[in-house]
Design a protein around this ligand. Sequence first.
Ligand SMILES: [Zn+2]
Ligand SMILES: [Zn+2]
Ligand SMILES: [Zn+2]
Length: 144
Amino acid sequence: MAAAGTDEIVGLLRARGGRATPTRRAVITALLHAGDRHLGAEEIAREVREAKPSVAESTIYRTLATLEDLGVVAHVHMGHGPSTYHLAQAAHRHLVCDGCGAVIEVPDAEFADLEQRLNERYGFKLSGHHFALAGVCRACRGAD
Ligand SMILES: [Zn+2]
Ligand SMILES: [Zn+2]
Ligand SMILES: [Zn+2]
């Protein structure tokens, strides 16, 4: 995640057949700057326009959708909030705290057993990236 640079992500974009326009680069850079934080579309637009004030907000939203179509960016729903965006290359799931809104990123592998069981018993293929799992974090439970 934090280890990847804009050039690496842009390389992925090109490999998927997308052109590396300045706006696309700026959106990718904003997501990289956010690190583990997940940005809403408006936050992304704000950050891109700080670097490039001439870019229209609508262009940024369209760029976000294009990057998502190309598989470079993914969105996830965290509880009741608006969808948030992250770079798609580091596959992970999200646990979101109902109390404080903290987001814990969890590697795909943590869900491998559950996925296999759900598939075997119910024929159900979990798409665990799209929605966060809700719960209460350690701090909010006051436990350790
Ligand atoms: Zn994420
Ligand atoms: Zn919490
Ligand atoms: Zn969605």
